[in-house]
Design a protein around this ligand. Structure first.
Ligand code: DOR
Ligand code: ZN
Ligand code: ZN
Length: 427
């Protein structure tokens, strides 16, 4: 028995919208019929989902998430994190290696993959670290990690401080045909700062994280990427300077790609209501000018994809306040509705643009066979109710943690059914 999804709205990157019937059988998309042409599906013996008036999208792909397992299961684990992802419409997620132990050995990669297979509800693809223990001192065994199934190398959570170390990592990754994914942060420019260097920091007498601490690494690394030929991917771009450097590098033909998070597209330091650590993340909320620059970067293709940087921390941890609480906010469960409400419904973006940057584009950037509704492809499908408006409620959050600044926001466009590898994992 398969699942027929009837009369849903599909959309492509050019925002061409077509009404379709989609048949899921086993773990594959078995048939797609054009409903506007009056093609009639043979539904006998199949489960039927009426998707009339709803968006039927390829399952969303999030290439930057923190699942916290192993080591920080009090914040999140693979079971809770993948369910939170499913609620947000994500069917493929790439998890960052800043766990404990960090993902720097084949054993830890295997642990993640085994846990994901037995306890996860969506596809989990791990990154391995660039350096052992993310200490920046010694490269990991890239070839062995690749063999074990990582999709790239990153020390996310910290920047690789040594240019020589980064260059060696890029050369090795390039020789294996693998990407380097960079959390860009120069430690000599950020000492104990919890927020952006700007108006909020000044008002509250805090040290600030300057834009250059990110952009200096971007500038250094695009030159190293040029020298080594590696595919270099920039994490969570937050500054105008980074956008400018990436744009320039792309014009030069350097193999660089980049990502941006919903919070950096939507919020600036001026929105932070007070000393509430649910507004603390790294990179921090920047100035309105930076927000405008990352929006333009995404719009003109300088920034390729949208990721959440889903970073759960417990309420106790966040209650330590702006100075002491850890960096990071949740991402999965509000990503689509935030961007749909604030960019699509306001006429700034087409629906096709938003969906493309959360599905096909990330698949293309990382060479994944997902993000498509083509017949024969894996049945990863997200059905979205584009009409219902409702508030973000803390009680409804599926993640083990609740650290988001978006509680109470009235948003429209909510994933209602998520199908991963042909199985309904959220409805
Ligand atoms: O906000 C962040 N949270 N930024 C990072 O770089 C790390 C992440 C985390 O692991 O919590
Ligand atoms: Zn990071
Ligand atoms: Zn991260």
């Amino acid at each position: 028995m398969g699942i027929w999804i009837l009369n849903g709205l599909t959309v492509d990157a050019n925002n061409v919208q077509t009404k379709k019937h989609v048949l899921v059988e086993n773990d594959k998309i078995a048939q797609v019929l054009d409903a506007s042409n009056g093609e009639v599906p043979q539904t006998a013996g199949h489960e039927v989902i009426d998707a009339a008036g709803k968006l039927v999208s390829p399952g969303f792909i999030d290439m930057h998430v923190h699942l916290r397992e192993p080591g920080f299961e009090h914040k999140e684990n693979i079971a809770t994190g993948t369910r939170s992802a499913a609620r947000g419409g994500f069917t493929t997620i790439a998890c960052m290696p800043n766990t404990r132990p960090v993902i720097d050995t084949v054993d830890t990669v295997n642990y993640i993959l085994d846990k994901a297979a037995t306890e996860g509800v969506v596809r989990v693809i791990p990154y391995g670290t660039i350096t052992k223990n993310e200490l920046g001192r010694e490269l990991t065994d890239f070839a062995a990690l690749k063999e074990a199934g990582v999709i790239g190398y990153t020390d996310d959570g910290v920047g690789v401080q040594s240019a020589q170390m980064m260059k060696d990592a890029m050369a090795l990754a390039a020789s294996l045909g693998m990407p380097i994914i960079a959390h860009c942060e120069d430690d000599t420019l950020v000492v104990g700062a919890p927020v952006n260097e700007g108006t909020f920091a000044t008002k509250h007498g805090l040290k600030g994280i300057p834009n250059e601490s990110e952009a200096i690494h971007v500038g250094r690394d695009v030159l190293l990427a040029e020298a080594t030929g590696v595919h270099y991917h920039v994490c969570h771009v937050s500054t105008e300077q980074s956008v400018r450097l990436i744009r320039h590098a792309k014009q030069f033909g350097i193999k660089v790609t980049a990502e941006v998070c919903p919070h950096h597209l939507l919020l600036s330091e001026e929105d932070i209501p007070g000393m509430d650590a649910n507004w603390k993340m790294n990179p921090p909320l920047r100035t309105p000018r930076d927000v405008q620059a990352v929006i333009e970067g995404l719009e003109d293709g300088t920034i390729d994809i949208i990721v959440t940087d889903h970073a759960p921390h417990t309420e106790e941890e966040k209650a330590k306040g702006m100075m002491l609480a850890p960096f990071g906010i949740l991402g999965f469960e509000t990503a689509f509705s935030l961007l749909y409400t604030k960019f699509v419904l306001t006429g700034k973006w087409t629906l096709g643009f938003l969906v493309d940057r959360m599905t096909k584009k990330p698949a293309d950037v990382f060479g994944l066979p997902y993000g498509t509704l083509e017949v024969g492809s894996v049945a990863d499908i997200t059905i979205v109710d584009l009409d219902t408006t409702k508030a973000v409620l803390k009680e409804e959050i599926v993640s083990r943690s609740k650290n988001t600044p978006f509680i109470g926001w009235e948003l429209q466009g909510w994933p209602v059914v998520t199908i991963a590898s042909g199985k309904i994992v959220w409805s």
